[in-house]
Design a protein around this ligand. Structure first.
Ligand SMILES: NC(=O)C1=CN([C@@H]2O[C@H](COP(=O)(O)OP(=O)(O)OC[C@H]3O[C@@H](n4cnc5c(N)ncnc54)[C@H](O)[C@@H]3O)[C@@H](O)[C@H]2O)C=CC1
Ligand SMILES: O=C(CO)COP(=O)(O)O
Length: 347
């Protein structure tokens, strides 16, 4: 479908009834675009349609009365110009398969999910291409705490796609007075940025719970950026993407806000809870927990130097004391600040 044909957005679909799916759907409903949000829970759909609230994931936030929720995936997806998929990574492929019989090659499919499929290291854009090889694909990512968007705090995101039409249409669909959408062609880098920062948000929550200071937090965030861009570049991403909203922008918000679920998991661990207790208390997805494991495995396999990931893995999954791990990181071999300026092996 050409861009001209798309410009009147007659219908958009959002798959997922959680906090992010709901705010993305609501942004478009508020500007008059017909939005069909698919969710599996019939009571929740009924609540969105009649009370205009999602009390499980966004309690206390009024939703647009124009937002239509449904449990029928066919009616949600059929004839939608864009299908946003906002489903946690472990279920992403399964939900795409449910939608697949009703999706045509003219539709655009855009992931909002910040995670990696555990078997085979697939990002969500790769799963879309795998399951729906004929559609055009995009991802959105950036510093986008759902509850702040629901309150209309000024926010920006990135639409990344190799296809100009996808980028333009998503900008048109999501742009709002409080929501600005920037474009990128580095799909893999933007997607990895959103995914990897969840790991470091857990580390930031841990260090906050242990009363570490602001110097520590700045060091942690900056070295996290160095580590995540090193990993992403070795996987084929553009390092400059990490200077943008989907890199440093998302890293900052997630490492600094207690609204981040990943940060909260880290904080709970640092306060003495077990991983199971921390995850159970959250009741929502914290993608970073699985991502630590998946990225640790991949970095070991590809021999990518990721001391923060290795240390965090020991803390989260093997019960290593944080202070001991932090001590080891501080006494590691000497290194360089920005390795794209002075390579690591130059010291
Ligand atoms: N909440 C946020 O602030 C942001 C979240 N994201 C990303 O968006 C993705 C979705 O996150 P949230 O909406 O926040 O998660 P959430 O935990 O709030 O909700 C997850 C939703 O997915 C549904 N779901 C899970 N498995 C399902 C299945 N098999 N079939 C049907 N529905 C299923 C749940 O019922 C729930 O409605 C995550 O990857 C997250 O990292 C991205 C930006 C911001
Ligand atoms: O990705 C997010 C903000 O950009 C949300 O982070 P959490 O999944 O940690 O809540």
């Amino acid at each position: 479908m050409s861009l001209e044909q798309h410009t009147q957005l007659k219908k958009v679909a959002v798959l997922g009834g959680g906090s992010f799916g709901t705010v993305i759907a609501n942004i478009m409903a508020e500007k008059g675009i017909p939005v069909h949000q698919w969710m599996r829970d019939a009571n929740r759909a009924d609540e969105v349609n009649t009370q205009h609230e999602n009390t499980r994931y966004l309690p206390g936030y009024a939703l647009s009365p124009a937002l239509v929720a449904t449990t029928d995936v066919e009616s949600a997806v059929r004839d939608a110009a864009i299908i946003f998929v906002s489903i946690p990574s472990p279920s992403f492929r399964d939900v795409l398969r449910q939608a697949k019989p009703f999706v045509t090659s003219e539709q655009y499919v855009v992931s909002t999910t910040k995670g990696i499929e555990s078997t085979g290291f697939h990002l969500m854009s790769e799963i879309i291409k795998d399951e729906l090889p004929d559609v055009k694909v995009g991802v959105i990512s950036g510093p986008n705490l759902a509850k702040e968007i629901a309150q209309h705090h000024l926010t920006a995101t990135v639409i990344a796609s190799e296809d100009e039409g996808v980028r333009a249409l998503v900008q048109e669909a999501l742009h709002q007075s409080y929501f600005r959408v920037y474009a990128s062609s580095d799909t893999y880098g933007v997607e990895l940025g959103g995914t990897l920062k969840n790991i470091y948000a857990i580390a930031a929550g841990l260090s906050a719970a242990l009363g570490m200071g602001e110097n520590t937090r700045s060091m942690l965030m900056t070295r996290s950026l160095a580590e995540m861009s090193r990993f992403a570049v070795s996987m084929g991403a553009n390092p400059l993407t990490f200077l943008g909203l989907a890199g440093v922008g998302d890293l900052m918000v997630t490492c600094m806000s207690s609204l981040s679920r990943n940060y909260r998991v880290g904080y709970a661990l640092g306060s003495g809870q077990s991983l199971q207790e921390a995850v159970d208390a959250l009741g929502e997805v914290a993608e970073g927990v699985n991502t630590i494991k998946i990225v640790k495995e991949k970095s070991d396999e590809k021999e990518i130097y990721m001391p923060l990931v290795s240390g965090l893995y020991e803390v989260v999954f093997n019960g290593a004391p944080v202070k001991e791990v932090a001590g080891m990181l501080m006494t590691n071999e000497q290194s360089t600040d920005v390795e794209f300026v002075l390579p690591r092996d130059a010291v």
